[in-house]
Design a protein around this ligand. Structure first.
Ligand SMILES: Nc1nc2c(ncn2[C@@H]2O[C@H](COP(=O)(O)OP(=O)(O)OP(=O)(O)O)[C@@H](O)[C@H]2O)c(=O)[nH]1
Ligand SMILES: [Mg+2]
Length: 314
């Protein structure tokens, strides 16, 4: 099963790649297993996450990254994770239109995903989705997410390099940025530096980061870059830092591979959890749950007692 799909993916067929992603999003384990049987892959694409508040310029930066990577003949995939709120719908459509420049370039894959209602299908399977692009021989995968919800954080947690895009006006809000985002970022970008106050933001960022600094000199030092996406300023430096970070992650020193190791262990944990749950939820356990649900809620035993009962049942 899926032989044909795999061979089409290897030929970089857009429709087949798109179809495979949908299967993976829907937790199609047959395909996921099939893809993982091709491990190890010849290609290891650089997974880049770009996140930050709405309107910070993530798509403008992504567009320039695509342009520059293409000038170097690299294959680029861009996956936009839409927060699916009516408020940002227009902007998402704008993203699509702006990125349409690449519609006839077979070496640029662009697709957007709704995150609401996907039940984490996308965010749970970022590794598997990246594997599809390994098969199709891509060099870079960019995940653009608006750094608001848990799903978006889950996505960027699983990539190699995370760019956090801020704007001068973010200065006052920086303390209240969703906990976790600052820690996840590998490269900070202060976009819209054509506006005043960008230096003020850089000073407060440096202050926050120096408090969080580890004592280890060999640890990755998060660079803070100034960009003006509308003028293509600072983007070459960004590409440079992305390359530095990817090389850092892949350097021989095993200590430095903390992120790769973390990703590996969390993948093992995820696969194990899925397998154990599948093994556990036999028909009799499901019907036992349904029976409990048939009772009025005041007559049910506590969820803890119920789990214990399930564990005791043969
Ligand atoms: N002044 C100025 N405007 C910019 C700059 N970069 C982007 N913009 C503008 O900011 C607006 C939002 O840019 P986008 O690239 O769509 O931002 P985004 O972060 O992708 O937005 P969402 O996906 O909606 O969260 C657009 O009108 C851009 O033209 C910049 O460096 N300076
Ligand atoms: Mg955008």
């Amino acid at each position: 099963m899926f032989e044909k799909l795999l061979s089409e993916i290897k030929k970089n067929n857009y429709k087949s790649i798109s179809k495979a992603i949908s299967h993976v999003e829907n937790n199609n384990f047959d395909l996921i297993n099939k893809i993982s049987s091709c491990f190890p892959f010849d290609k290891k694409p650089h997974r880049v996450g770009i996140t930050g508040p709405p309107g910070a310029g993530k798509s403008s930066i992504t567009n320039l990254l695509i342009k520059k990577y293409r000038e170097n003949n690299l294959k680029v995939a861009v996956l936009l994770v839409d927060p699916s709120s009516p408020f940002t719908k227009g902007a998402v459509l704008g993203d699509r239109i702006r990125m349409l420049n690449y519609y006839d370039d077979n070496n640029v894959f662009i697709r957007s995903f709704g995150s609401r209602g996907s039940k984490g299908g996308l965010s749970n399977n970022i590794n598997e989705i990246a594997d599809i692009f390994s098969l199709a021989n891509y060099d870079i995968i960019i995940f653009e997410t608006v750094g608001v919800g848990q799903i978006e954080i889950d996505v960027v947690e699983q990539v190699d390099s995370v760019i956090l895009t801020l704007v001068p006006e973010s200065g006052d809000d920086i303390q209240i940025l969703k906990a976790g985002i600052l820690e996840i970022a590998d490269i900070f970008v202060v976009n819209k530096s054509d506006r005043s106050d960008s230096d003020k933001l850089i000073v407060s960022l440096k202050k926050i980061l120096s408090n969080a600094d580890t004592l280890d000199q060999d640890y990755w030092k998060n660079p803070i870059l100034k960009t003006i996406a509308i003028k293509d300023e600072g983007i070459d430096e960004l590409i440079n830092e992305l390359n530095n970070h990817f090389n850092f992650l892949n350097s021989k020193d095993s200590f430095k591979n903390y992120k790769i190791d973390k990703r590996y262990s969390s993948q093992v944990e995820k696969i194990l959890t899925n397998k154990l749950l599948n093994l556990f939820w036999k028909k009799n356990k499901i019907s036992s749950l349904n029976k409990e649900l048939e009772k009025k809620s005041k007559d049910r035993i506590s969820p803890y007692a119920f789990v214990q009962k399930l564990l005791n049942d043969k």
